[in-house]
Design a binder for this molecule. Structure first.
Ligand code: SF4
Length: 280
C-alpha cells in the first residue's frame, strides 16, 4: 500500500508485528486515508519501530507516552487520522496510566497494541500480560501473579470500542482494525502478535488452536453485559469486536474542538510564544 515506507523492518523473521502492521496499513487505506492525512505515534519496544516502517507523519516517542502525544496531535488537528501503536510492556506497564485516561477521554484515535506477552526488544523479560507461570530471565519461576487483562482495564475505564485480533489471521485482523478506525471515539485493538524469539508459550500454533471468533459465536458488541462476560472470561482467547458503544461522541466533539483551524483566535500562537519566553 501507499503506507509502506522504503525502510526494511529489522524485526526477527516471523515476528507477529509484520502481520499486525500490514493489517494496519491496509485498514488505513481501505478507510479512505492516505499518508498525507495520517499520523502514527509509537512508544518504545519492538512495536515502537512501526513509525519508521510506515509511510505517514510519525513520531517515535518515549516509553509509555505514545497516547498523550496522540491525544495532543488529535486536539491540534482533529481533521487528521491518528493511529497509536505500542506493545504490552509500553502500553500496560509504564503507559498504563495514560491508557486509562486516553480511554476515558474517548479521544478519536485508534490504539493498536502488539501484545506478545513478553518484553522482546530487551530480550525476554516478563511483561504485564505474561502468564503467571511463564519462566523468563527475570522470573525464573514465573511472575506468580495474574496477568493484566487490558480489555477489562479498558472496559472499567469507560471504553467505547474494545476489540482483539490475531496478527496471523490477516483478513480478520484488518477488518477489526478498520472498524476501530471508523469508530467515533477511542478504538482499542489488542492484537495477539507472537514473539517468535522469546515467547515459546504464546505461539502462532497456540493461538490457532485456541482462538474463538466472536462473530461465529453470534456475539453482539452493543450488548454491554455480553461484552463484560467475554472480556472477563479468562479461559478463552477471543477475537473480534467485544464492545462498541453506538452512541459514542469523541472528545473533540464533546468539547467543541473544531475541525476548522481558522477558529483559533488571531495572535494565539504569538501569545503562547510570549508566555514561553517569559517563563525562560
Ligand atoms: Fe518480534 Fe520478538 Fe523479535 Fe521483537 S524480539 S522483533 S517481538 S520476534
Amino acid at each position: 500500500t501507499d503506507f509502506k515506507s522504503d525502510k526494511q523492518p529489522t524485526w526477527c523473521p516471523g515476528c507477529g508485528d509484520f502481520g499486525t502492521m500490514n493489517g494496519m496499513m491496509k485498514a488505513l487505506a481501505e478507510t479512505g486515508n492516505d499518508p498525507d492525512n495520517t499520523f502514527v505515534v509509537a512508544g518504545i519496544g519492538c512495536s515502537g519501530k512501526i513509525g519508521t516502517y510506515m509511510h505517514s507523519y510519525a513520531l517515535h516517542g518515549v516509553h509509555g507516552r505514545a497516547l498523550p502525544v496522540g491525544t495532543g496531535v488529535k486536539m491540534a488537528r482533529p481533521d487528521i487520522e491518528v493511529m497509536v501503536a505500542g506493545g504490552d510492556g509500553d502500553g500496560y506497564s509504564i503507559g498504563a496510566g495514560h491508557f486509562v485516561h486516553a480511554v476515558r477521554r474517548n479521544v478519536d484515535m485508534t490504539y493498536v497494541v502488539m501484545d506478545n506477552r513478553i518484553y522482546g526488544l530487551t530480550k525476554g523479560q516478563a511483561s504485564p500480560t505474561s502468564r503467571s507461570d511463564f519462566e523468563t530471565s527475570t522470573t525464573p519461576e514465573g511472575p506468580k501473579q495474574p496477568p493484566v487483562n487490558p480489555l477489562a482495564l479498558a472496559l472499567a475505564s469507560g471504553a467505547s470500542f474494545i476489540a482483539q485480533s490475531f496478527a496471523s489471521d490477516a483478513l480478520r485482523h484488518q477488518e477489526i482494525v478498520q472498524q476501530a478506525i471508523e469508530h467515533d471515539g477511542f478504538g482499542f485493538v489488542n492484537v495477539f502478535s507472537p514473539c517468535v524469539t522469546f515467547n515459546d508459550v504464546d505461539t502462532y500454533d497456540y493461538f490457532r488452536d485456541n482462538l474463538v471468533d466472536l462473530d461465529e459465536e453470534g456475539h453482539d458488541p452493543s450488548d454491554y453485559e455480553a461484552a463484560k462476560k467475554v472480556i472477563l472470561d479468562s479461559d478463552k482467547e477471543y477475537q473480534g469486536v467485544m464492545y462498541q458503544d453506538d452512541q459514542s461522541v469523541p472528545y473533540h466533539e464533546q468539547h467543541g474542538v473544531t475541525e476548522d483551524m481558522s477558529d483559533i483566535p488571531d495572535g494565539a500562537p504569538e501569545d503562547a510564544m510570549d508566555l514561553v519566553r517569559e517563563f525562560y
